[in-house]
Design a binder for this molecule. Sequence first.
Ligand code: 48N
Length: 313
Amino acid sequence: MSTTTTTAVANGSAVYPVKANGMNGHKASPNDAEVLEDYTGNYKFAPIHEAEVSRAMVKRYFTQMYERAVSDVVIVGAGSAGLSCAYHLAKSRPDLKITIIEASVAPGGGAWLGGQLMTAMVVRKPADRFLTEIGVPFEDEGAFVVVKHAALFTSTILSRVLAMPNVVMMNATAVEDLIVRTDFEGKQRVSGVVTNWTLVSLNHDTQSCMDPNVIVAPCVISATGHDGPMGAFSAKRLVSTGLLAELGNMRGLDMNRAEPAIVNGTREVVPGLVMCGMELSEHDGSNRMGPTFGAMMASGVKAAHEAMRLLDE
Ligand code: 48N
C-alpha cells in the first residue's frame, strides 16, 4: 500500500506532496518528499517506516559482531588509557581489526571530569604532546598543561578513535572472562575475551545460565581501571585463574612515583595480554597519581607499541 498525500504547509509556503511509505517495499527517499528545514512551524522530514530504523541498526550491529568474532586486537575498557591506546594503534596499524569492549553505556571512564568532580584536566609534560597530536587545546602552566574541561579531551579522543575505519566499539558490553589456551608446551596464553551485555553480566545472581559470547584475538589489551563496577577486571581474573599469584594492590597517592611507574610498567603481563592505565596499579601495586592524566595517555600509547611488538613476534 502506498498512497500519496499532499500536505498544505502553513504560512503560505508551497504545498509539498508527501508520499506515505508503505511496507510494500517502497523505500522512502528524499525525493519522495520535499523535506523542509523551515523553523517557522513547517519543519518536515523525509518519510520513513519504523521497520527501516530497526533494520538499519540491526544489520550494522550484528554484521560487525559477526565480523569481529575474530579480531586482531581487543581493547577492554574505553577510558583514557584504552582510548589513547586505540588511537595510536589504529593510526599506526590501519590494517588491524581493533575491537573495543566497554562495559558502560558511556565510554570515557574516569576522564569526563578532573579531580573531585571539578572540570579542568591536568596533564603533566611531556604528555601534552599527545593532546597537541589529537588537537586538544590547553593552557600551559610550565611543568604541566590544563585542558579547560576534561570532556574536551575525552570527546575529542573518542571522536578520533570512532572515526578510524578499522576500529569497532561495543559499549554496554562487558568482558566477563578471558579465553586462555594452553599450548603444547603447557604454556598458557590469553587468546581472546568472553563477553556479555553488561546488564546481563551484572545480573548473573538474579538469573542463572545466561551464557556469554566470545571474541578471539591474538592480542588483548586490558585497560579496565582501578575502580568502578568491574575495575581491574583482568588483573583480578588472572589471580582467580592462577596466572597471577596475587594482586599488588594500588598504593597511596604519589604523583611523581605513580605516573612514570604506570607508563614504564605498561607491558605484556601474561602471554597475549597487555595491561595499561590504572589497572596496572592494582596488578603491580604501584602508587596512584590522583587527578593527573598524562600517564593514562602515555601508557595507552606504550600499550599500542607492546601490542604491535606482540603481533610481530
Ligand atoms: O578511566 P578508567 O577507569 O581507567 P583508565 O586506566 O583508562 O584511566 C584511569 C584514570 O581515569 C584514573 O583513575 C585517574 C588517573 N585517577 C587516578 C587515581 O589515582 O585515582 O576506564 C576504565 C574503563 C571504564 O570505562 C570501565 O567501564 C571499563 O574500563 N571496564 C570494562 N569494560 C569492559 N569489560 C570490563 N570487564 C570492564 N571493566 C571496566
